[in-house]
Design a protein around this ligand. Sequence first.
Ligand code: TYD
Ligand code: MG
Length: 455
Amino acid sequence: MAKLKTKFACTDCGTESPKWLGKCPGCGAWNTMVEEKETVVKTQGQGSSLIQTKEKPLSIIHIDSGQEPRIETALQELNRVLGGGVVPGSLILVGGDPGIGKSTLLLQTSHALAVKGLTVLYISGEESVKQTRLRADRLGALTDTLYVLCETNMEQINEAIESVQPDFLVIDSIQTVYEPSVSSAPGSVSQVRECTAHFMRVAKVRGIATVLVGHVTKEGAIAGPRLLEHMVDCVLYFEGERHHSYRLLRAVKNRFGSTNEIGIFEMGEAGLREVSNPSELFLSERPLGVSGSTVVASMEGTRPVLVELQALVATTNFPSPRRMSTGIDHNRLSLIIAVLEKRMGMFLQTQDAYLNVAGGVKLDEPAVDLAVAVCIASSFRDAPTRPFDVVFGEIGLTGEVRAVSRAEQRVKEAQKLGFKRIIMPEKSLKGWSPPTGIEIIGVETVAQALAAALG
Ligand code: TYD
Ligand code: MG
């Protein structure tokens, strides 16, 4: 008989303790220790397949540095986020709120890969085979090399992998599968950890590209121990607002590419559609000729995206004014407001300031500073901005406008979308010649930028 043991494990970092603790000794988080019952199993042989490999250490000079082969999916936006396609043998974790479209995205991807001739195994622990078929009907995802299994027991899943020999494997979701030798409930820290470690080994040894779907907690992190994110090769988040149809796919970790690319999709009747020109989407509801609205050219990875910023500055009723921002770091907003107060003499201490990035996008590069300043000043003075202006540039604490990267690409994107004027850092104009047909105003200070934009 195996011995039954009770222990407590931290849901954030996986630290274990024989008794309950209010504060995790591993990561210092409060109230994250949960009880887990576990049968002690002899772990003899576990991981031995890895230990038994006969590989010898190689001099770094002799290691083949050839590009990893990539399997390109039919979804260009997904390829972009992954850094050019799925790497065989990689383990990818996809997180997102319930109902955001994770299963839809993966079923579409599975179908597209099966059409290319790959064998795909889609394991659903949440929906029945019938439900998956119904969804596939709707998506038009019917191929004979796309296999579906509704199963949560790891032993059965292993058998299925053995018999189907897939090239691409989807586990929807990691919180529903369980290893029978570990007696804690599915979704518990030890189950999630064990199962992920197992899929990692299978992926590496067999060269199967594996995607795990992960649930997210209320705070927005992938449920389960934090070390889950350390174990996998890529962590992708699928996000978006429930009331909007577009969805963003963002990499927060990628061992095979950069993490600042985003993929944009639109959820429709027949599943997810790629949005190849996001600027058009983000500008589609823009009001023209009003105060407090500016268009910024921001880089999302290697791609310039034009986004509308909106500000509302209104007299406060509180002793200390409110500063609220969505899509832009709150501290960055405070800094820009401080610069406007000190350098431009704007009396904003008695004003509430709200800032919103239209479309639910998050902008975290300093190049959006100047546009934030322009739209706050525009709302404060109630002076409309010109509808065909694009603004970008970083602001320094003395009120100077600093150079930003990839100015040329930003200008070209603005021109492509029919904008007439660009207000940008003078210092970013060196080394390239602006295209004809678009007016460029190089500025060195915030004062010059406001004079040009609102004058
Ligand atoms: P789903 O992929 O089940 O989400 P998740 O796996 O992340 O929980 O997506 C479910 C939502 O997507 C549901 O609200 C219906 C919507 N949807 C469409 O609008 N069109 C479609 O073609 C499909 C398949 C789903
Ligand atoms: Mg689902």
